[in-house]
Write a protein that binds this ligand. Structure first.
Ligand SMILES: Cc1cc2nc3c(=O)[nH]c(=O)nc-3n(C[C@H](O)[C@H](O)[C@H](O)COP(=O)(O)OP(=O)(O)OC[C@H]3O[C@@H](n4cnc5c(N)ncnc54)[C@H](O)[C@@H]3O)c2cc1C
Length: 338
């Protein structure tokens, strides 16, 4: 969880989401494992220091708590990290974002599901959309494995499968689906208070309250809908983690998994009306970074569908940007699975 993105629309959007997350346990009346422990993005080269500086300055202009820290301060704050010149790419500096942290994603989904149920909303699990019937400028029928439906508005929020749904309506999306893997280790004594992300090593590490380390990396460099985890990616996650924390040598991996990510050319999401059809909306292109945006994207899409006018915060993310060429350029801040 974090809001220290690079572009102004990105920073405003993710910050609004973080604020909703801060009050979500109360809103949902549900316990969420929300921990704003602080978030570091490490730089190992001069060019990444420059990139992180731009983010720090943009963040501060937008009122987001974010600043650069040098090696000495980093050494004091994260004493378990190897700050020596031993690693192939020594840590030179970092972007520090105090409100960043982690949240229990299962609890969030359970909390939302429970709140939807209390409002009379039906969630049909194990029900696949198999076709969309278009007449004129509208989708008039949604075919599913449990029968046909019709609705005033239809929202595509299917992440890694986004293009399979939009293709059914003849609406092309500039999205490719790539796997992203992560793993957790056995429980160890508390040794890491912060979320540590390395933009050069493409790895992130944090420790849960229970004691497991959660470790992840960048997307795998191929397109597939397969969610099998692989040995080369595990080796990559392990070797990069050991560059930062060599004392973890010998620690056991408990489990590893993969999800399918909907990657856009500018590493920013696609939200809003499809354009070609009046009742078809998109909330896709969330790639490796979408969980943190759930509350605000839901709120903005609900407003857009209810009023027929794009919510101001999500306007820059409209699908039409790929026709006008106004891409957002969020890659430097969205990559490394965040
Ligand atoms: C390993 C990993 C680590 C990640 N780490 C982070 C992180 O640290 N921070 C962060 O912000 N984000 C992270 N992400 C990204 C984040 O998980 C996603 O962006 C986010 O969950 C997407 O949410 P969503 O609601 O759009 O889609 P999802 O939660 O993926 O839901 C899409 C749904 O569509 C359904 N669906 C697909 N096809 C059909 C069909 N034909 N009919 C009906 N339903 C269909 C699927 O079954 C699924 O339930 C990570 C992702 C992975 C894989």
């Amino acid at each position: 969880m974090r809001s220290n993105y690079r572009t102004y629309p990105g920073i405003a959007f993710y910050d609004a989401s973080l604020r909703l997350y801060e009050g979500l346990a109360e809103d949902l009346d549900w316990q969420l494992d929300f921990n704003q422990s602080g978030h570091f993005t490490l730089a190992h080269t001069d060019s990444s220091i420059t990139g992180l500086r731009i983010r720090a300055e943009n963040n501060r202009l937008m009122g987001v708590d974010s600043r650069m820290v040098d090696r000495d301060e980093l050494r004091r704050m994260v004493p378990t990290m190897d700050m020596s010149d031993r690693p192939r790419l020594p840590v030179l500096a970092a972007l520090y974002h105090p409100p960043g942290g982690t949240i229990g994603h299962d609890e969030v989904v359970q909390g939302y599901g429970r709140a939807c149920d209390a409002m009379g909303i039906e969630v049909h699990q194990f029900t696949a959309v198999t076709g969309l019937e278009v007449a004129g400028r509208k989708i008039v029928r949604v075919r599913t494995t449990q029968g046909d439906l019709s609705a005033g508005a239809i929202l595509n929020a299917t992440a890694g499968w986004a293009t399979t749904i939009s293709d059914m309506a003849g609406v092309p999306l500039p999205i490719v689906s790539q796997p992203l893997q992560a793993c957790v280790t056995e429980l160890i004594e508390p040794f890491l208070d912060y979320v540590i992300v390395s933009s050069n090593l493409h790895v992130y590490v944090s420790q849960t309250a229970k004691g497991e380390l959660v470790i992840g990396s960048e997307v795998d460099p191929y397109q597939t809908y397969c969610t099998r985890s692989t040995l080369p990616t595990l080796e990559q996650m392990a070797s990069y983690t050991l560059e930062l924390f060599p004392q973890l040598h010998g620690i056991k991996i408990l489990r590893q998994w993969a999800g399918v990510c909907d990657m856009t050319p500018d590493y920013a999401p696609i939200m809003g009306a499809a354009g070609e059809l009046d009742n078809f909306f998109m909330d896709v292109g969330w790639g490796t970074w979408g969980f943190k945006a759930g509350p605000i994207s839901g709120k903005c899409l609900a407003e857009t569908i209810a009023t027929g006018k794009a919510a101001a915060l999500m306007e820059p993310f409209a699908p039409a940007r790929f026709l006008s060429g106004k891409l957002l350029g969020e890659k430097a801040a969205a990559s490394v699975s965040q």
